[in-house]
Design a binder for this molecule. Structure first.
Ligand code: SF4
Length: 224
């Protein structure tokens, strides 16, 4: 593993962490394989809840219906899915599909599973030292804030906070799952629109998008 003082060293450490994640079998009740995003050195860290039943086969987070909604939200904040996947570090409270709950929806990760996977999140935060953290959904928000909070109290505001001792700003979003109705009624709809407006204008979001959006002189313009 290279020195984590340099960008190359941090990227190498992030890739090594992904290899550790890929091999992780700490949680016996988890149903799915490990799913994680790309190893991007980004000041933007998004934290989802857990992959659903399809992401394991597709090999990337937010690859199904909730993801389509989430990326539609990000389109409205000026970033395509390709840009987000390549410029935002996509993490989660748990990296394996927990299986179905008796009620029929996806099971929420349990406290032990959250605790197990939190060590990976801590390592990612230490490597990335994120400037803007985007927890998506009530469980991720609770994990970042350290306590439960009503979505209406935090969505639509940029908060000062920290993640594992790293000072950062927090921009909370509701979960985009079809089962969640909060963002379809009021005040959820209005607060989500405000959150996405704040995201579109946030300097870290704009900087990450602008920096890599610069076409390289010899590359294909518009290459994906
Ligand atoms: S949820 Fe996290 S800690 Fe648990 S088995 Fe999957 S990767 Fe490992």
């Amino acid at each position: 593993m290279g020195s984590t003082e340099t960008a190359a060293g941090r990227l190498s450490a992030l890739r090594a962490l992904h290899r550790e994640l890929d091999a992780c079998r700490r949680c016996p009740a988890m149903a799915g394989p490990v799913v994680h995003g790309e190893a991007v050195l980004s000041p933007l860290l998004l934290i989802g809840q857990a992959p659903g039943p399809h992401e394991g086969a597709l090999g990337r987070p937010f690859a199904w219906t909730a993801g389509r909604t989430l990326f539609r939200w990000f389109e409205s904040a000026g970033a395509s899915e390709t840009q987000v996947r390549g410029r935002v570090y996509l993490a989660a409270v748990a990296r394996c599909f927990p299986g179905k709950a008796r009620s029929g929806g996806d099971r929420k990760p349990g406290p032990q599973e959250i605790g197990n996977c939190r060590e990976y999140l801590r390592a990612e935060a230490d490597l990335l030292e994120p400037k803007l953290v985007i927890p998506v959904g009530a469980l991720a928000i609770e994990q970042v804030l350290g306590h439960k909070v009503a979505l209406a109290q935090v969505v639509g505001r940029v908060l000062e906070g920290e993640l594992f001792g790293h000072r950062c700003e927090l921009l909370c979003l509701p979960h985009p799952s079809g089962a969640s109705t909060w963002h379809k009624g009021q005040p959820g709809q209005r607060l989500l629109a405000e959150a996405l407006r704040q995201l579109a204008e946030h300097p870290e979001w704009r900087r990450a998008l602008d920096r890599r959006a610069q076409p390289k002189p010899s590359s294909n313009a518009g290459g994906r």
